[in-house]
Design a protein around this ligand. Sequence first.
Ligand SMILES: Cc1cc2nc3c(=O)[nH]c(=O)nc-3n(C[C@H](O)[C@H](O)[C@H](O)COP(=O)(O)O)c2cc1C
Length: 145
Amino acid sequence: MIAERIKATLGADTLKLELVESMPKQRVMKLFQGGKQVLFGDMPALKPYQLDVYQYELLILGGPVWVGSPAPALMNFLQQTKFSGKKVALFCCHGGGKGRTFSKLRDALSANTILGEIDFPNVSKQDTQKLNAKLDAWLKDISTR
Ligand SMILES: Cc1cc2nc3c(=O)[nH]c(=O)nc-3n(C[C@H](O)[C@H](O)[C@H](O)COP(=O)(O)O)c2cc1C
C-alpha cells in the first residue's frame, strides 16, 4: 500500500520482491515460518527480477518488519543487488515495534547516502488520509535533499 502510494505520488517505477516459495496465508503459520527465517538468518530465494539501480536518482526501499528486522526478502535483495553511491530512502511497516530494522538496512547500505527513514505502525488500522499526508510530507522532504 505504501509502495503503491509512493509510485502514484512520484510517478516512480516499482519492483515488488516476490519469493519463489510464497509464505503461508494463515497468520500464525506466516508468523512461525517468517520468524524462523529471521532468527536463523535464512534468505528465501527471490523470483528473478530485472533492475538497473544506476538508472535511478533515488531508491526508496521498504517493507514489513519481521522480528525487529527487515523481512528477509529485502535483505536478500540487498545481498544480491549490490550498489553504492546512490541516494536511498527507507520505509517500514510494523505492528508497533520496528526494532533494529533501520539500523540493519543502514548497515547493509553503508556505501550509499541515506536521505531519510520513516515507519508506519499498523497501516491497515490507520486513517488513509492521515497516512497519505504523513507519507506525502516525507516524500516532499526527501525529494528536496
Ligand atoms: C514473521 C513476522 C514477524 C513480525 N515481527 C514483527 C515485529 O517484530 N514487530 C512488529 O511491530 N511487527 C511485526 N510483524 C507484523 C508486521 O510487521 C506487519 O504485519 C506488517 O507490517 C504488515 O504486513 P502484512 O499485513 O503483510 O503482515 C511481524 C509479522 C510477521 C509475519
